[in-house]
Design a protein around this ligand. Structure first.
Ligand SMILES: Cc1cc2nc3c(=O)[nH]c(=O)nc-3n(C[C@H](O)[C@H](O)[C@H](O)COP(=O)(O)OP(=O)(O)OC[C@H]3O[C@@H](n4cnc5c(N)ncnc54)[C@H](O)[C@@H]3O)c2cc1C
Length: 401
């Protein structure tokens, strides 16, 4: 992702000059000036929709775009049974349909084809059947399918595959890094500036209102600040007076070298998830689980041997489902840390004590990015609250899910 060359070379403060912080709100031609902190998929999506809708946007990223959770994400776009209760399911549905729009608008490749999900054990499969029936009453076109249908949907599946599975035909998959780049390029086309290696450090106020944002590269005038900083725990509390309790959990993602196309649908089997990107790479993931010996927030495994061991573990599980993968070569293995508000739901909206600071912190951010991007941009630009975001406000009482 190209950085704005002028801004990356010189401190912003010098560049903007004294007038930059002395102007009044909406100074520049009446355009709202918004700084978005964080260039993961959520900051990129909000930045895209803000700039598309006329705001003057600067996206600052302490590291590089998609350097944290987004770059280590599995990339499943879903409104599955796990999206509970109904309001959250409905927001996820908006995310799923939003990807079809972004695919056309920005040319981001999305692999449609649905997902097949199954578990070990009769009791869990009986519960899944009930969950799918509930989904159907919520307008989700998912259904239980049996062995023959499964075999026709995924001819490459192992002969001893599941006898029954949930088929969610609207589910999709995306490369989260490519998607983030696509959103950022789209934002740049509408005039947004992107500054890498630029950490948000503080805010400066004029009375109770935001005046500017202090960064590691200098000061930026801003009418609004969006905190799309994922699992960075301290920022919402210190800058916005709005703590977001999170249970940040690790996950291993393995990516193979490109292979002939064998998989058109995402598979979520017991303890292993896989899908194939349009360029032929296969992505493997798994449900959240502890990673003994890996330090909290570590971005790397303790050593190469451990990384290889994790890759071999996931590959063996995947090859048991999709025998074609037996000779797959590993291209990458990474650890990601999921931003996860403890009640499992997004945190979206102005901070109660600092309404010029908008919080956008969520799990399932790949699925939700188009919905969050569009709705948050609308709320910020129009200064209006959208009622469907009411369950996700930062001021709610957080109860562990
Ligand atoms: C292993 C794993 C699997 C997942 N699978 C899925 C899935 O299949 N489907 C799905 O929908 N979701 C999935 N998720 C969740 C999804 O990836 C996240 O919800 C999403 O990436 C969050 O995006 P984000 O932009 O909020 O956070 P991030 O991608 O973490 O971005 C936050 C950015 O803020 C930057 N930042 C932090 N502090 C500062 C600062 N002070 N100044 C400037 N920048 C700062 C960081 O460097 C980072 O780039 C998964 C996550 C993981 C880890």
């Amino acid at each position: 992702m190209p950085t704005h060359p002028r801004l990356s070379r010189r401190p912003l403060l010098a560049l903007l000059g004294a007038s930059a912080v002395a102007g009044c709100a909406r100074a520049e031609n009446g355009r709202l000036k918004v700084v978005v902190a964080g260039a993961g998929i959520i900051g990129a999506a909000i930045g895209y929709f803000l700039s598309k809708n006329g705001a003057k946007v600067t996206i600052i990223e302490k590291d590089a775009p998609a350097a944290r959770a987004t770059g280590k994400s599995f990339g499943w776009i879903n409104a599955s049974w796990a999206k509970q209760p109904r309001h959250y399911h409905s927001l996820s549905q908006l995310g799923v349909s939003g990807w079809a729009v972004l695919e056309e608008e920005l040319g981001i490749p999305v692999v449609h084809g649905g997902s097949l999900e199954w578990f070990d054990g009769k009791a869990r499969m009986a519960a899944l059947t009930q969950q799918i029936e509930e989904q159907q009453t919520w307008g989700e076109p998912s259904r239980m399918v049996e062995q023959d249908t499964i075999a026709s949907l995924v001819p490459s599946l192992a002969a001893n595959g599941p006898s029954s599975a949930a088929f969610a035909e609207r589910d999709a998959a995306v490369d989260p890094v490519a998607a983030t780049r696509g959103l950022l390029s789209g934002a740049q086309k509408f005039g947004a500036e992107i500054i890498e290696n630029c950490g948000l450090e503080d805010v400066a106020l004029r009375g109770a209102r935001l005046r500017s944002v202090i960064t590691s590269q200098g000061e930026l005038e801003a009418d609004r600040l969006v905190l799309a900083t994922g699992a960075a725990l301290d920022l919402p509390a210190t800058l916005a007076g709005s703590a977001v309790p999170q249970e940040v959990t690790p996950g291993v993602i393995v990516i193979t070298k490109a292979r002939p196309m064998v998989l058109r649908r995402l598979l979520a089997g017991p303890d292993i998830y896989l899908h194939q990107l349009s360029d032929g790479r296969i992505v493997l993931g798994e449900p959240a689980r502890p990673l003994p010996g890996v330090l909290d927030r570590a971005q790397r495994f303790p050593d190469d041997a451990r990384a290889e061991q994790e890759a071999a573990r996931l590959l063996a599980k995947a090859a048991a489902i999709l025998p074609d993968l037996k000779d797959a070569e590993i291209a990458d293995v990474s650890i990601g840390w999921r931003p996860m508000p403890i009640d499992g739901h997004p945190v979206l909206g102005p901070a109660p004590l600092r309404p010029d600071i908008y919080l956008a912190i969520t799990h399932s951010g790949v699925t939700l990015a188009p919905a969050i991007g569009q709705l948050a941009a609308y709320e910020i630009i129009e200064d209006r609250a959208i009622s469907r975001l009411a369950p996700y406000r930062p001021g709610r009482a957080f109860t562990a899910a």
